[in-house]
Design a protein around this ligand. Structure first.
Ligand code: FAD
Length: 565
C-alpha cells in the first residue's frame, strides 16, 4: 500500500539514485592502482604522516601532476573523534580506520607508501631520513633516505605528560587505536581482578577505581563512555562488584571543558554529579606510581589515591623530530613549527607543515593574549579605554573567528563580561601593561593560524594545501596570473582561512553538547542524533560509514561486547 501510494516522481528518483550508486561502485571496482615509476619530470612530494592533515592532503592532491610518496609508521588513517567509543567497545577499532592505499586507490592515484618513521629532516639537502621496523634492508638497520622537491609535514603531536613522574609507565594515553584497545582490555581486566575470590574489599575498590586525568574534551568523553559502559553493560554482568565502581576525573583548573561555553561546562559538571562521577577540580597530579596517584590541592595539600586504571589526557606536546627540525631552521624553542599564511615553514624552502605539529605555536599566542586579557580582567581603570580594546578585538575577531570563540569561552568570561557591562568610552583599564598588550596583539596579527589543535583544522589545511599544489603548475607557467589581477600585487594563492563548523562534546547517556560559532549552544538527546549523523557522514569512505553505523546498531540491540580480547 505504501509503495503504491509513493508518488511516481519519487520512485523514479529513488531508482535513479540506486542505479547511479551501483554504476559508480561498479566503475570504481575496475580501477587499477597506478604505481609511479619515479622517472618522469614530475616533482616529488613527500608526505610525512597519515593522520587528518596528511590524509586530507592525499585525498585532494592531483597525483597526475606529482610523484607522491608517503612515509608513516602506520599504514592507515584513524578517525580519532571515535577513539573514546573504541575504549568501551561501542565501536570496533577496525571500523574507524581506513587503509591509506584505499584513500588514493579510488582516484586512480599514483603514489608510493613506506611504513616507516621519519627521524630526521634535512632541509639543506632536501632529504628525509627514515627508519622502518617492519623489515630490514641490506644494511640490516631498516634505515633509508628519501629526497623531495616538496615536503609536507603532518606528523601530529604526542601526549604531553608535563614530565610528571610515573605517567608514561603507569597511565594509558588515548591517542592511537592501540591505546583505545589497551584501555578496553584494561577496564575488563580490572573487573575480572575485582571479581576474583579471596581478595579484600579494599583491593576490589582499588581495582574498580578508574581515574581520568584531564578535564578536556577527550578526558570528559572517555569518562562519559566508561560510565555508560559500566551502567548499561558491566553492572549486569558483574552484579557482585558493581557497588565498588568509582570513576574520577581529575582537573587542575577550576572547571572541566573550559574551551566550551559556560552553559556546556555547567551542564556537564551537573550531569557528572548526577551520574556519580567524582569530579576533582583544582587538583594537580604530581606523581603516579603503580599503586596510587598523588595529587595536590591548595585546601587539602598532597593526597594519594589508589587506583585500578588511569588514563592521562592532559593535552599534546611536540614530537622530537619537530623539536630537532625547529632547531635546524632557527625557530628555537617554540612548541610547534611556525608557518606563514600559506602553511610554508618559516626558515626553509619548500617545506609545509599542517595539523597538530603546527598548531601548538598558535596556542602559545592564544595563551600570551589570554595572559594579557587576564591582567585586564583584574583591574579596571587605566589608560587603555574599553572602546579601544573593543575596536582592536573587533578587528581581530573579524579576521580570526576562532579568537572570537575563545573570547566567549569560559576562560575569558570575566574579561568578556567587563566589556559587555561597561559603557565603552568612560571606563578605563588600569595597570594593564599596554606594551605587552600591543605586543601580544601584534603577534596575533602576524600569526594567521590562530587555530586549535583539532581534526577540523587539520583536514581543512590538508585540503587547502592540496588545492594550492594542484594549481601550482598553472601558476608557474603563467606567473603573472590572469589578466584581471596582473599588476595588482596579489599572491597567486589566497591565504588559508579556517571555517569553524562548531564542536561537539558527548556527555554520555545519549546526550551531547554542541557549540556553534556565535552564541548558539545546544545540549541534549536531539544533539546526540546530530552527533551520530555528523560523525557518520564525516567518515572517509562508505565502508567505514557502514561499519560504524552497524556497530552503533549492534550496541543498541545487543549491548557492548565485554570479552577482554
Ligand atoms: P594525527 O592525526 O595525529 O596524525 C599524525 C600522523 O603522523 C600519524 O599518521 C602518525 O602515525 C604519523 N607520524 C608520527 N610520527 C611520525 C614520524 N616521525 N614520521 C612519519 N609519520 C609520523 N578533533 C576534532 O576536531 N574533533 C574531535 O571530536 C576530536 N576528538 C579527538 C579524540 C581523541 C581521542 C583524540 C586523540 C583527538 C581528537 N581530536 C578531535 C583531535 C584530532 O584528532 C587531531 O587534532 C588531529 O588528529 C590532528 O591531525 P594531524 O594530522 O595533525 O595528526
Amino acid at each position: 500500500e505504501a509503495v503504491r501510494r509513493t508518488p511516481r516522481w519519487r520512485k523514479r528518483l529513488i531508482y535513479f539514485g540506486v542505479g547511479l550508486t551501483t554504476l559508480t561502485y561498479a566503475c570504481q571496482d575496475n580501477e587499477v592502482l597506478q604505481i609511479c615509476d619515479g622517472t618522469g619530470n614530475k616533482k616529488k612530494v613527500v608526505i610525512l604522516g597519515t593522520g587528518w592533515a596528511s590524509a586530507s592532503f592525499l585525498r585532494n592532491i592531483d597525483t597526475s601532476l606529482y610523484d607522491v610518496h608517503v612515509v608513516s609508521p602506520r599504514n592507515y588513517f584513524t578517525f580519532t573523534p571515535l577513539l573514546p567509543s573504541v575504549t568501551c567497545g561501542t565501536v570496533e577499532a577496525r571500523s574507524i580506520v581506513e587503509p591509506v592505499r584505499n584513500i588514493v586507490r579510488k582516484r586512480k592515484a599514483a603514489f608510493r607508501f613506506w611504513e616507516a618513521e621519519c627521524f630526521k629532516i634535512d632541509p639543506t639537502n632536501k632529504k628525509v631520513h627514515c627508519r622502518s621496523d617492519v623489515g630490514t634492508n641490506i644494511n640490516g638497520d631498516g634505515e633509508f633516505v628519501v629526497d623531495y622537491d616538496y615536503l609536507i609535514v603532518g606528523v601530529g603531536a604526542r601526549p604531553n605528560t608535563f614530565n610528571t613522574p610515573g605517567v608514561t609507565e603507569n597511565c594509558h594515553f588515548l591517542k592511537e587505536v592501540e591505546d583505545a584497545q589497551n584501555i578496553r582490555k584494561s577496564v575488563l581486566k580490572c573487573f575480572e581482578r575485582a571479581s576474583l575470590p579471596n581478595i579484600s574489599e579494599e583491593e576490589r575498590k582499588k581495582n574498580l577505581h578508574f581515574v581520568v586525568i584531564g578535564g578536556g574534551p577527550t578526558g570528559v568523553e572517555f569518562a562519559a563512555e566508561l560510565h555508560d559502559f559500566v551502567n548499561e553493560d558491566l553492572a549486569k554482568l558483574y552484579p557482585d562488584v558493581k557497588k565498588y565502581v568509582n570513576i574520577s576525573v581529575i582537573e587542575a583548573g577550576g572547571h572541566i571543558l573550559t574551551m566550551f561555553d559556560k552553559r556546556i561546562t555547567q551542564f556537564a559538571e551537573e550531569k557528572f554529579k548526577r551520574d556519580g562521577i567524582d569530579l576533582k577540580t583544582n587538583f594537580k597530579v604530581v606523581k603516579v606510581s603503580d599503586k596510587d596517584i598523588t595529587m595536590t590541592n591548595p585546601a587539602t595539600g598532597e593526597i594519594a589515591v589508589p587506583y585500578g586504571m588511569a588514563v592521562w589526557s592532559t593535552g599534546i606536546g611536540t614530537r622530537p623530530i619537530i623539536m630537532d627540525f625547529m632547531k635546524q631552521v632557527g625557530q628555537g624553542n617554540r612548541r610547534a613549527l611556525a608557518t606563514d599564511e600559506w602553511l610554508r615553514v618559516q626558515g626553509c624552502e619548500d617545506v609545509y607543515a599542517l595539523g597538530d605539529c603546527a598548531t601548538i605555536a598558535q596556542r602559545k599566542v592564544m595563551e600570551d593574549v589570554a595572559a594579557i586579557f587576564r591582567v585586564a580582567d583584574k583591574d579596571n581603570s587605566g589608560t587603555l579605554t574599553v572602546k579601544k580594546i573593543k575596536d582592536v578585538l573587533g578587528d581581530i575577531c573579524e579576521r580570526y573567528p576562532q579568537v572570537e570563540l575563545y573570547l566567549k569561552s569560559n576562560q575569558m568570561k570575566g574579561f568578556h563580561d567587563l566589556l559587555k557591562d561597561s559603557d565603552g568610552n568612560s571606563k578605563e583599564l588600569k595597570e594593564l601593561d599596554i606594551e605587552q598588550f600591543k605586543k601580544a596583539l601584534a603577534q596575533v596579527d602576524s600569526q594567521v593560524k590562530m587555530l586549535p589543535a583539532t581534526a577540523q583544522v587539520a583536514a581543512q589545511e590538508g585540503e587547502y594545501l592540496a588545492k594550492c599544489f594542484n594549481r601550482m603548475k598553472i601558476c608557474e607557467e603563467n606567473p603573472e596570473g590572469p589578466l584581471r589581477i596582473r599588476g595588482a600585487g596579489h599572491h597567486r594563492f589566497k591565504p588559508f582561512r579556517y571555517r569553524h563548523f562548531g564542536q561537539f562534546a558527548p556527555l554520555g547517556g545519549e546526550q551531547t553538547a554542541y557549540q556553534l560559532p556565535g552564541d548558539w549552544v545546544h545540549v541534549g538527546h536531539s544533539t546526540q542524533w546530530l552527533w551520530y549523523s555528523a560523525y557518520a557522514s564525516m567518515q572517509f569512505s562508505w565502508r567505514t560509514r557502514m561499519l560504524v553505523v552497524s556497530d552503533w546498531g549492534r550496541r543498541f540491540i545487543f549491548g557492548r561486547d565485554s570479552s577482554s580480547l
